[in-house]
Write a protein that binds this ligand. Structure first.
Ligand code: FMN
Length: 363
């Protein structure tokens, strides 16, 4: 029953949606990393999203770093971040607590925790538990930036609307930070927002595909077999609630390509070894090749919809109808993008610390 990820940098998350507090413990951080509290706050704001197309739950997300942090820098001992829960409306959940929300984790949580789970607001399975992950990810992201590594995630597809591909990363990444519907093309963003609102009017929800790029990673990171870059990264990505598929580079698109189209030919750029194309998403044999690492995650439509649904009462063991209350997004993909960025930063930090040692990031 572990809630910890990572080898050199272990991140443990704790808490329930309507409990006293949620948080994360980062164990294995290098000493002397500058902690930018304003950046953490900004990332938490991005994760909270916009009121028109995201949850009406309004948490301030004020965080406290209660250990491992001294005079603006990490000490190298476990760093614990705590965020209090305030805006809880637990009664929304008590009436339907034994009715399994289709697509959500109510029934599976009951089977795993034998009825002792805190069901309120989805408990430990709530998207709210991604808040401390984002705070922890913000610390890792700044440490990566110091090493010249940058990353960003845009909504490639939402409700059938397709964004343009990444172009110039330096110009594109800031666009994503300024828009919670993190599409690169303004018109597509508006179109996708309208489709989200249409779904909300119908009491329904929509999903999509996120595309992430990591630039500035050196060649040679990752292990050849079980801890390949793809394996470790997908492990982290599949931990993000509602992520149901991950592909690297062309991913499933390789199925329709010939070798001559799929291969990325090598070329010299000055004294740097590069590839002309990047269909393999910057990874060969589980190891980074120095090109941008590219991957896509599919995020399913929000499970909690307001339409009436058929389900079961898993205590009474009888069929039932469910009319969901509570506050849910018609699309979580915009908020999930920030979470994907965060777990990506934590995972890349961990893999670099495994490769070059814990002190690689020290201040
Ligand atoms: C940032 C974020 C916010 C989420 N908010 C909601 C929500 O408001 N309602 C909901 O039903 N699911 C929400 N989810 C997804 C559920 O937590 C998730 O679907 C559920 O735990 C079941 O897990 P699975 O979809 O991975 O099987 C959210 C996910 C993320 C990443």
């Amino acid at each position: 029953m572990k809630n910890t990820f990572g080898q050199s940098l272990g991140v443990t998350i704790f808490g329930e949606s309507h409990g006293t507090a949620i948080g994360a413990v980062m164990d294995g951080l290098a000493p002397g990393i500058e902690v930018d509290e304003a950046f953490i706050a900004r990332q938490l704001d991005r994760r909270r999203g916009l009121s028109t197309v995201s949850t009406k739950r309004r948490e301030k997300d004020e965080f406290r770093i209660v250990s491992g942090y001294f005079e603006g820098k990490t000490t190298g001992t476990p760093l614990c971040i705590v965020i209090e829960n305030e805006d809880t409306r637990s009664k929304d959940y008590s009436l339907t607590k034994d009715l399994a929300r289709p697509g959500h984790a109510d029934y599976t949580a009951y089977m795993k925790y034998h009825g002792f789970q805190d069901y309120r607001g989805g408990g430990h399975f709530s998207g709210r538990i991604t808040t401390p992950l984002v705070a922890a990810g913000a610390i890792a992201m700044k440490a990566l930036n110091k090493k010249g590594i940058y990353l960003g995630t845009h909504i490639l597809i939402c409700a059938g609307v397709r964004d343009r591909d990444f172009g110039d990363y330096q110009a594109d990444f800031p666009i994503l930070c300024d828009n919670i519907i993190s599409m690169l093309d303004d018109e597509k963003r508006q179109e996708a927002t309208e489709r989200m609102k249409d779904a909300a009017k119908d009491g329904d929800s929509v999903g999509g595909v996120l595309q992430t790029a990591i630039v500035g990673l050196p060649a040679g990171v990752g292990e050849p077999w079980f801890d390949s870059f793809e394996s470790v990264m997908s492990h982290a990505l599949f931990s993000v609630p509602a992520v149901k598929g991950v592909e690297f580079g062309e991913g499933f698109g390789f199925a329709d390509m010939r070798g001559s189209e799929a291969n990325d030919c090598f070329t010299m750029n000055g004294d740097r070894i590069e590839t002309v194309t990047n269909h393999n998403g910057g990874i060969n044999g589980g190891i980074t090749n120095g090109m941008p690492v590219l991957f896509n995650c599919v995020v399913k439509p929000t499970a909690s919809i307001y339409k009436k649904q058929n389900t079961v009462d898993f205590i009474k063991k009888e069929n039932a109808e469910l009319q969901i209350k509570g506050r849910h997004d018609p699309a979580i993909i915009g908020r999930a993008a920030v979470v994907v960025d965060s777990v990506t930063a934590l995972t890349v930090y961990d893999m670099l610390a495994m490769r070059f040692g814990t002190d690689y990031f020290k201040g």
